[in-house]
Design a protein. Structure first.
Lengths: 151, 151
DNA sequence: GTCTTATCGTTAGCACAGCTAACGATTTCG
DNA sequence: CGAAATCGTTAGCTGTGCTAACGATAAGAC
């Protein structure tokens, strides 16, 4: 008869994660604004930089967003010279998104800026707590993946 | 000379948390849409329901948002009959926000709906992992608090 | 080898969230 | 009483999310 208890824990956990995600993004967004990149653009750029050239559809899917939304995000990134569009030779319908050197540089700078904020906060934590937090982040990622597969 | 290593870990951790927060919110938003409440509205409503009557300014501060933004969020909630505005007797400049019974009901229903999604994902985790994830959420909250204090 | 259907990306148009600047109303303080 | 500060709102901008509709290209039917 632990299902009731687990359900209660899941409820509390869902609340905490939801709230934490909202507030974390609000704080990080301030730093990200310094690079002129919003969270969605930064996230999409990250996929392009680390995931190599991808089609717009793949990018939309990776970011869990509809194609029209991704079109505009990419347009914004392209206007800033961070990515460029390129047609696929084999399939004329596809648009491949490539990261420019500037895009790579800006992404790294944004990462560095963001981590400075978090790093100062992390300094108040013990190595054990850092490890625990890392473990939590890993579990959260797995959880999100399983939610995604369940759709 | 572990500072370099810790800095690298903090960088990776920041990335993971950032990405996880973005994707978690994207998934949960879909469920929240079922209640007709966006994440910011749900979050604000939660503060009003659990935090008793608060002024608009307090609410904006709690949600880390500027007053004009909160004005519109509250207006939306009020239009749906989830909260009501009430002037303060002592200080005419203040606007106290109260939760209506309907607001409380809708919030609870949203929580239940959201947890169903997370609960099914949580079922794939062991009790130990649930505890670890809870610990991570707690640390994350503390981290956010310290970031907030540091400003 | 057409012709139909499916897929991909874009455009158009809507709602909402975030911001700054400016303003009216109210309170507080000199 | 009059000046300054505080609170909330309005106006106007940018960006993100959606659906619906459309052109262009590819794939499949016949």
């Amino acid at each position: 008869m632990t299902s009731r208890k687990r359900e209660r824990e899941a409820l509390a956990l869902a609340d905490q994660l939801h709230s934490a995600a909202i507030h974390l993004l609000r704080h990080l967004r301030k730093e990200d604004d310094a690079s002129g990149l919003s969270a969605p653009r930064l996230s999409a750029l990250s996929v392009v930089v680390f995931g190599g050239p991808v089609t717009l559809g793949q990018l939309a899917n990776a970011e869990q967003v509809k194609p029209p939304t991704m079109t505009r995000i990419v347009t914004g990134l392209e206007k800033d010279g961070l990515v460029r569009r390129e047609g696929d030779a084999r399939d004329g319908r596809l648009t491949k998104i490539h990261a420019t050197p500037k895009g790579q540089k800006v992404l790294m700078a944004g990462r560095a800026r963001r981590v400075e904020l978090l790093a100062s906060a992390v300094e108040g934590l013990s190595p054990t707590e850092v490890a625990e937090l890392g473990r939590g982040a890993q579990l959260l990622r797995e959880l999100i993946d399983s939610m995604r597969r369940a759709q």
